[in-house]
Design a protein around this ligand. Structure first.
Ligand code: SF4
Length: 197
């Protein structure tokens, strides 16, 4: 078997990034092309076929627009990868007819936000994780504390507004918010509601 470059795997979503991919960040993949799924978010485990709570950050190359998971580097007109020579480890290992190699590195040596951000931005996401931990959000959902959840959503919006000011002061695109803080609490709650509420 060989890769027919059908693009199906790239249209299912961008790859998770590992320490081995650190050198392509900023050089071939800008930070705002990434999205962080935070510790405690729900993810599909390809090894077991079960949903799991992420034991740590998982950073992926983001989709090209809202509700389209196609990797931002996939060129649909030519069915090709725009960074093929520098594509991430998972893309190099993936053979859709034999996915074992990619499955074997699931959650191993993952790139984290500490590998990407430093200074005030690093401090900001650490503060954010302390204030908006998934554990706390889940607990409120389980206890059906909907009024408290609404308060958390509003606090999250306020925090993000401040974060955008800091991001702008570094001349970074606003979409840097996606890897820096991960998905908004409101979006996370929507997903978790199906499981915990
Ligand atoms: S980086 Fe390239 S090979 Fe990997 S999923 Fe995106 S388009 Fe496909």
């Amino acid at each position: 078997m060989f890769c027919k470059r059908c693009g199906t795997c790239c249209q299912k979503g961008g790859p998770a990034l590992h320490i081995e991919d650190k050198h392509i960040i900023k050089t071939y993949v800008s930070i705002d092309n990434l999205i962080t799924f935070r510790k405690g978010e729900i993810a599909y485990n390809p090894e077991t076929g079960q949903l799991i709570e992420l034991p740590s950050d998982l950073i992926k190359i983001r989709g090209n627009k809202k509700d389209d998971y196609t990797c931002i580097f996939f060129d649909k007109t030519t069915s090709s990868c725009l960074i093929y020579e520098h594509r991430p480890l998972e893309c190099k290992l993936l053979k859709c007819w034999a996915p074992e190699e990619v499955i074997n590195i699931f959650l191993k040596n993952l790139l984290t936000r500490k590998d990407i951000f430093d200074g005030k931005l690093l401090k900001l996401f650490i503060d954010y994780d302390n204030l908006f931990s998934l554990g706390h959000i889940k607990q409120l959902l389980i206890e059906k504390e909907y009024s408290s959840l609404n308060t958390v959503i509003k606090q999250d919006i306020m925090f993000r507004k401040k974060a955008i000011q800091l991001i702008k002061s570094y001349n970074l695109p606003i979409t840097t918010l996606n890897p820096l803080l991960g998905r908004p609490v409101k979006v996370i709650i929507k997903g978790l509601t199906k499981i915990f509420a």
